[in-house]
Structures are given as C-alpha cells and as structure tokens.
Write a protein that binds this ligand. Structure first.
Ligand SMILES: Cc1ncc(COP(=O)(O)O)c(C=O)c1O
Length: 389
C-alpha cells in the first residue's frame, strides 16, 4: 500500500478570526447553527417549501418582484457568469463600465461568451456620472450595460438613479453587480429598473461563501426566450434551473441543501431586523469608522459622497509597511483586514464592515489597535528603535 492510504490527520481545528476584510465576513451564529443541521432530500416537500421562502426573502432583500430570483449553487462569480451566459449571444455588444477589479472580471466573462465587448472607464476610486453613461450608450449602442454597484476593490458606491431609465431609452438591458451591497446598502432593483443582478452569500448576508443570489427581470427573460441557440452553459441555464425552482420541481442538480438552510436563516434575520434598519446600521457603523480613521490622521481613498458603507479603502501611510501591519493584526489579534487589488495593490487597506460584523464594538476594537499599534510600524519608529538598540 502506498503512503497515501495511511494519511492520518487531527480533526479540523480552525482559529476564531474576526473578518474585517473584503469578504468573507463572519457568519451569524444562528446561520452557523442552521448550516449544521442534518441534510434533507432536495426534493423533500419540506425543502421545496424552504426554497420558496428563500426566493421570497431574496425578493424582499433586493426589493424586486422578479419571478426568476434564486440562489445559484456557487459563489458570486457563478451568479455573475449566469447573468451573462443567459442573455448574451455571440456578437451582442456588451458595454462594461469599468472602475475597478470586478468591472474587469465582467469584461473578461462577456468576452468568453463571444460578446462584442466595449468599455468605458474611470479611475479606481471614482464613479460614473449619468452623462458619461449616456455618452457610452450613444456611442456603442449595446444590448447590455454591465456595471458594479459596490466596487469592493475601490470602496466606491455607484449612484444608480437614472441609469435604468437611460438603458430603457437606449433599448439596452441593465446588469448590476450587487455582491457588496445586498443586505447592507440601499438597493432597489425594480425602482432602479435593473434587469439582471447577482450577489453572494458571504458579505452583507452573514452566511459563508457558497451561494450566488441571482435575479432576472421580464425584459431579460424576453431576451433569454428569444435566443437563437441554447444557453452555452448547462449548469447556469436559468430556463433549466427554473424547472426545479419553479412549479415543476424537476431535478437539475443536487442542491446544496445546507447552504440553503443557512441562506434562509441569514435572510430571515435581515427581515426580522427590517431592511431599512439594516441599511441604517451599516451606514452608522461605517461613519463611526470613517470619523475615527480621520481622527487618527489616516486618509480615506474615496470622497465621502461616494463611500461604500460595507468597504472602506484607507491609504497606507507612506512610511508604513502595509503588509507587515495586516500580518500583525492577523497573527497577534486574529483580525483580517484586506490589502489592495489591481491598481490599488500596496496602496490601500480594505476594511469591511458587512452583515453580522457591522457593529460598533468591531469598529472601536480596530480603531484602538490602529491608534496603539500602528505607530510601531512606521519606518521612523523602526529607525528610532534600531538607533536605540
Ligand atoms: C464586487 C464583486 N463582484 C464579484 C465578486 C465575486 O464573488 P465570489 O468571490 O463570491 O465569486 C466579488 C468578490 O468579492 C466582488 O466583490
């Protein structure tokens, strides 16, 4: 027998971490309890009833009446890919408004489905104006405009008022990434005339990663029905998935039933607190963080009117080794804070206050650590320490 068959490991023993980075965020304790229940069959009438509850709660959290609203089995990127795979046909023009890392991912995905991909771009830390969106629609005449509501790479919240109306005037679908806004930041799919949206389970919803909420409105459904060929992705084909999630209950794939137990509990908690209270809590705690950071003399990367309550980008002071400080937070205090991505790599820290973690005690804990322990990471401090030694 080879050694492979004698592998013996201790039972899993992961440390407690406080996840104040770009995600995942900590799951709510009752969500963890829901996840640990014994699985039931994915066609069990009890599970089928739970699926309906998850869909209804998702519609509430997204403020939509869209019939085709369901959690994709997969992370946010699976739901992202589902929005594109279902409506984009080869040669369709897709206009991607890129202002950060996840806009670039949308651009990449649309190209893989053989769209004619066009972009408009803004520096990382800014948002698009209505005039800039309108100019892009006039120039490129796309079938789909794809844009990120809450750019996790920059901490910018894209103002949405008026974009849906422009898309209707230009006969184009509006596709919105709400991965870092669902269940945390004001979001109105129907009022904003959003035709396709996706999100994730691991941020504002206080659930572990594993599900990707997806929603498709009637205009996008019409485009799906009018396709000349099959959706080129079997797993994410909403017309097939709806035979399971809709009234027919036909087997498609074995649902990750425990993840949906967790999702139901996560969404139930949001409904119990009330969506507006949830949004207000995220805003209040983010403002507490922003004020505290500025009091400590740290600069925020995004102007206050565009700041995202769920994700704050803080400029790393020039005399600080940003990576060394985040490693110290993780190793000494079990706290995760993120580094920068793409154009902002090495330039910012990313602090997340999402879902269950958006709490005053977490803000105060992090601010205290920054106040007391960051000075030792300044190069002037190490020069002094070296000189004294
Ligand atoms: C804005 C945005 N879009 C898409 C994704 C992809 O989601 P996932 O990593 O869950 O696949 C992320 C992940 O952080 C994100 O922040």
């Amino acid at each position: 027998m080879s050694d492979r068959h004698r592998l013996s490991l201790a039972p899993i023993d992961t440390p407690e971490r406080l996840l104040l980075g770009p995600g995942p965020s900590n799951a709510h304790p009752t969500v963890l309890e829901a996840l640990s229940r014994s699985p039931i069959g994915h066609l069990d009438p009890l599970y089928v009833a739970l699926m309906g509850e998850v869909q209804e709660l998702l519609r509430y959290t997204w403020q939509t009446d869209n019939r085709l609203t369901l959690p994709m089995s997969g992370t946010g990127s699976a739901a992202m890919e589902a929005t594109i795979a279902n409506v984009v046909e080869p040669g369709d023009t897709v206009l991607v408004a890129v202002k950060g890392y996840f806009g670039l991912r949308l651009q990449d995905m649309a190209g893989r489905y053989r769209a004619n991909v066009q972009t408009i771009e803004k520096p990382w830390g800014e948002a698009f104006s209505l005039e800039e969106i309108e100019a892009g629609l006039k120039q490129h005449k796309p079938k789909v405009l794809a844009i990120v509501h809450a750019e996790t790479s920059t901490g910018v919240c894209q103002p949405m008022e008026g974009i849906g109306d422009l898309c209707r005037q230009h006969d184009c679908l509006l596709l919105l990434d709400t991965v870092t806004s669902l269940g945390a930041v004001p979001l109105f799919l129907d009022e904003w005339k959003v035709d396709l949206a996706y999100s994730c389970s691991q941020k504002g919803l206080s659930c572990p990663p594993g599900l990707g909420p997806f929603s498709m409105g009637p205009r996008a459904e019409d485009k799906l029905m009018a396709r000349s060929g099959k959706v080129p992705n079997w797993y994410l084909d909403v017309s097939l998935l709806n035979q399971y999630w809709g009234s027919d209950r036909v087997y498609h794939h074995t649902a990750p039933v425990n993840m949906n137990f967790g999702m139901r509990e996560a969404l139930r908690l949001i409904a119990e607190e009330g969506l507006e209270n949830v949004w207000a809590r995220h805003r209040r705690n983010a403002e507490r963080l922003w004020n505290g950071l500025e009091r400590l003399g740290l600069a925020l990367h995004v102007p206050s009117e565009l700041r995202l309550p769920t994700l704050t980008t803080v400029r790393i002071p020039e005399d600080v080794d940003g990576k060394a400080f985040t490693l110290h937070l993780l190793n000494k205090h079990g706290i995760e804070v993120g580094g920068g991505l793409g154009a902002l790599a090495g330039k910012v820290w990313r602090i997340g206050l999402m879902g269950y973690n958006s709490r005053e005690d977490n803000v105060d804990l992090l601010l205290n650590l920054l106040e007391e322990e960051l000075p030792a990471f300044r190069s002037s401090a190490s020069a002094v320490a070296a000189a004294v030694a």
